[in-house]
Write a protein that binds this ligand. Structure first.
Ligand SMILES: [Zn+2]
Length: 283
């Protein structure tokens, strides 16, 4: 018999605002409880994690639920079908994230083979890809939960094309724009824009003193500043390597402040997303 999650699985990080860290990818799930509705932030990597999240939610609130996906990566939205089958009508995401889910969702199934074999095989209950039906674009959206409002907004591309942030009081859910305990992932990122997006996040640091990363421990804005410093430094080093034509740019990999896989992806994405303005920026 498996032990169900307990109320103590949730860490209270602010007024009405909780975080549950899942074991498989150390993914952080958010929960904000209003007077009439509650919102779940990210739905897990498949029906298994979604069931764990749902049970944990139900230990602390019976309110109707709304879901939000911070971005289009498997471990953040593959639990959508489970939530939809358990009464969740509205699932929110950035419009570009919904496009990416549609384009890459089936391919991403392989990523969860270890923790969610049914989801990987597209076999069994709640394993269909359920796309969000409510989208955010350039304008922020206030979600009224009854007596309490959370704000969904986009500050620009970064970790992906459609990173959504969720503000609840002084708590900011940052998705994988911020990661703790592991390196940032650049595979389908926009590194130059990510730099700007983190800068915008820091510019509103008076509003949000607590930052919930997509993975790892809850951090503060100093942590976000250090992540931005690392990214700036890494981009500078890569650009030097890329633009010294005589040098094999992959030689930059060992000196970058990330792991070898992340470093290779960063270099590839810098080359793929480079604009003339980037090459002359004095960074
Ligand atoms: Zn991600």
């Amino acid at each position: 018999m498996t032990q169900g999650p307990t109320e103590s699985s949730w860490e209270r990080v602010g007024d009405r605002t909780y975080v549950l860290t899942l074991p498989a990818f150390k993914a952080n799930i958010g929960l904000v409880i209003g007077d009439e509705k509650a919102v779940v932030i990210d739905t897990g990597a498949g029906p298994g994690e979604a069931a764990t999240i749902h049970a944990a939610v139900r230990e602390i609130t019976d309110l109707p639920l709304v879901a939000v996906n911070t971005h289009a990566h498997a471990d953040h939205f593959f639990g959508n079908a489970y939530f939809a089958a358990h009464g969740v009508e509205d699932i929110w995401a950035h419009a570009a994230a919904v496009e990416a889910m549609e384009a890459t969702g089936e391919k991403q199934r392989a990523l969860v083979a270890g923790s969610e074999p049914d989801m990987a095989a597209a076999a069994g209950e709640h394993t269909e890809l359920r796309l969000p039906n409510c989208t955010v674009a350039d304008e922020p959206v206030d979600l009224d939960l009854g007596g309490y409002t959370v704000t969904l907004f986009h500050l620009g591309r970064g970790h992906t094309a459609g990173d959504l942030l969720i503000g609840s009081g002084n708590v900011l859910f940052a998705g994988d724009l911020v990661e703790e305990g592991t390196h940032p992932e650049f595979e389908d990122s926009y590194p130059y824009e990510w730099r700007k997006t983190l800068g915008k996040m820091i510019a509103i640091d008076e509003l949000y003193s607590v930052v919930v990363p997509g993975h790892g421990r809850v951090v503060d804005q100093d942590y976000v500043r250090s992540q931005l410093r690392n990214l700036r430094q890494a981009i500078r080093m890569c650009n030097t390597a890329i633009h010294e034509a005589s040098v094999d740019y992959t030689k930059a990999v060992p000196v970058l402040p990330y792991g070898p896989t992340q470093s290779r992806h960063l270099i590839l994405r810098l080359k793929a997303t480079e604009t003339p303005a980037d090459t002359i920026m004095p960074h």
